[in-house]
Design a protein around this ligand. Structure first.
Ligand code: ZN
Length: 294
């Protein structure tokens, strides 16, 4: 079979906006990009969000010696795609996504001035150029891959890329692997039920391998393990929401339970949102979500 994939994990950009409750400096989460390639052509996923990341990823892609036809975006969060334009230009590739993701990409662009650009330096211009494709299907030298809409994960309208021949699902932020999970947007859908449904949809594809959008690159991409660990993380979150009365208590308990996970800032942003909505039910939810990152 002349179809393969490889993963590049970009380091998070430097940031300088204070400390976490345990004294750690705030920082982002590594972002994973997958290159699926055949003998001549290739498709790339989730190309990251800063100029530096685009450069590092682009050099890695160039080293593969394939013709990049498409760049697929799993969901609207800017950290997965604000750099897509730079990669698309460098390689003459098209940016593709589901209609739901494209709508969410516009939401992320609108949030740049008061969220993304406040926290992260080095984000390039990020016009939404993504287009849909018929049937949400891509064909790479005769090999089919399908964008599967799975609904709410860590945000609205998540999709994953299923490559049946490889037993592979590129799962964006529906499945995590060795990094803290962003829990905040559960406040917009009344809890983690929709996310659990999305995980079930990924599992129903019967993947052997899952590339999580945020991951510790030392770990393997075993589908069974990453699915089970993401479910457990959500179950633990529900338990701690019952037993912990403050965001700091929740954060501290999660760090104790998961000392090795990367990106504690992501945990803190989510905890701040979950408890912010509980403590200030009359405040605007969008503002509470943004405040968690600042
Ligand atoms: Zn993400």
């Amino acid at each position: 079979m002349n179809l393969s994939y490889d993963v590049f994990v970009n380091e998070p950009p430097p940031q300088d906006n204070g400390l976490l409750p345990n004294g750690d400096p705030k920082g982002g989460s590594p972002v994973a990009s997958t290159l699926i390639y055949a003998s001549r052509d290739a498709v790339l996923t989730d190309p990251g969000f800063t100029v530096d990341q685009a450069q590092a990823l682009g050099d890695w892609v160039a080293g593969k010696g394939r013709n990049l036809t498409d760049i697929f975006i799993t969901h609207g969060h800017g950290d997965h795609w604000f750099a897509a334009g730079l990669l698309a230009e460098r390689f003459g590739a098209r940016v593709v996504a589901t209609a739901g993701t494209i709508a969410q990409m516009h939401v992320s662009v609108a949030a740049r001035p008061f969220l993304w650009d406040k926290v992260y330096p080095g984000i390039p211009p990020s016009r939404v150029t993504a287009v849909t494709v018929p049937g949400n299907r891509l064909v790479l030298e005769g090999h089919e891959m399908v964008m599967v809409e799975v609904g709410h994960g860590d945000t609205e309208d998540n999709s994953v890329l299923h490559i049946p021949e490889l037993g592979l699902v590129v799962a964006g932020d529906v499945i995590y692997n060795g990094a803290h999970v962003y829990l905040g947007e559960a406040v917009t859908v009344g809890g983690f039920g929709p996310w659990r449904d999305a995980i079930d949809k990924v599992e129903a594809l019967r993947p052997r391998h899952i590339v999580a959008g945020h991951q510790n690159k030392q770990l393997d991409d075993d589908a069974g393990r990453t699915i089970a660990e993401t479910r457990q993380y959500l179950d633990d979150a529900d338990e701690l929401l019952r037993t912990e009365s403050t965001a700091v208590g929740f954060f501290t308990a999660k760090v104790e339970r998961y000392p090795d996970l990367l990106a504690r800032t992501v945990l803190w942003a989510g905890a701040t949102a979950l408890y912010g909505v509980r403590e200030h039910p009359s405040e605007e939810v969008g503002q509470i979500l943004v405040a968690g990152w600042l």
